[in-house]
Design a protein around this ligand. Sequence first.
Ligand code: FES
Length: 322
Amino acid sequence: MDEDGAFRPLRVLAAEPIAQGIMRFDLADPDGAELPGFTAGAHLQVRVPNGMIRRYSLCGDPIETASYSIAVKRDAAGQGGSLALCDQVKAGDLLPCAAPRNDFPLLGNPVSRLFIAGGIGITPIMSMIRQLQAEGRPPWKLIYLTRSPAETAFLDDLSTPALKGKVVIHHDGGDPDRAFDLWPLLDQPKGRHIHCCGPRGLMQAVRDMTGHWPASAVHFEDFGSGGGQKRADDAPFAVRLARSGTRIDIPAGTTILDALRAAGIAVSHSCESGTCGSCRTGLVAGQADHRDLVLMEHEKASHLMVCVSRAAPGTDELVLDL
Ligand code: FES
């Protein structure tokens, strides 16, 4: 795979169910060459059979360069990418993939790490705990929340005696009354870092419960579901660039970032899911509908993340510090 993000075919070594509605794909170079290395938390961009490009976290050991592993949840209510992958791709096929990238790295030097995974959000965290187990530090704990044992990927890997005391797996059966109470774990930061990946509701709840934590200690990853940032009732609006006065229309279904790019305005970006913080942009006027997991409450009047956020209902124009 090219460093510039170009897609090259990888051979599918295995395509196997690992839980109800979840498939694991093992991928290797067709000629048996070593693959580019990756760091824990990285993802792979994959062009699936229907032509869509989707990103999937690498869930294997980062020291493994003979093959990559991704796990994909077959989402019948999604945009068709996971269905195309899970239903059409089989062992022996070639799958176009870009080089690994990482928007969710293990940063800092915390006293310990707390991982919180919901459903298929376990995938990037698998590579993290494989790395930490190999390195032997720092101490870590995983809270893994799923609906049922049948829907729990990597159940065997996470139930080994070596992980005893480090992994808590909680099944709620889809019943909010049986939801795991995270607050006792999040009450005090205690020098820890959190990495959280899962459904948007879980990540928002963790964001809300960690407002008193240092911002640099709380990390989120959107695992490619689209995150729910786009909504059926999204309305068009406009942004005005404060420095030039240029007005740019943002149609429903188009992000501010996409419209800025189309207009030739460069804004740094990476995850495009409101989690990495790189597209933070000054907000000069107008009320935003914030859909990110980055900004703290006190920042929301003066900044927005242009990859996901929009104008609040009733606001026709946002003025950006660009
Ligand atoms: S690009 Fe990552 S938060 Fe916007």
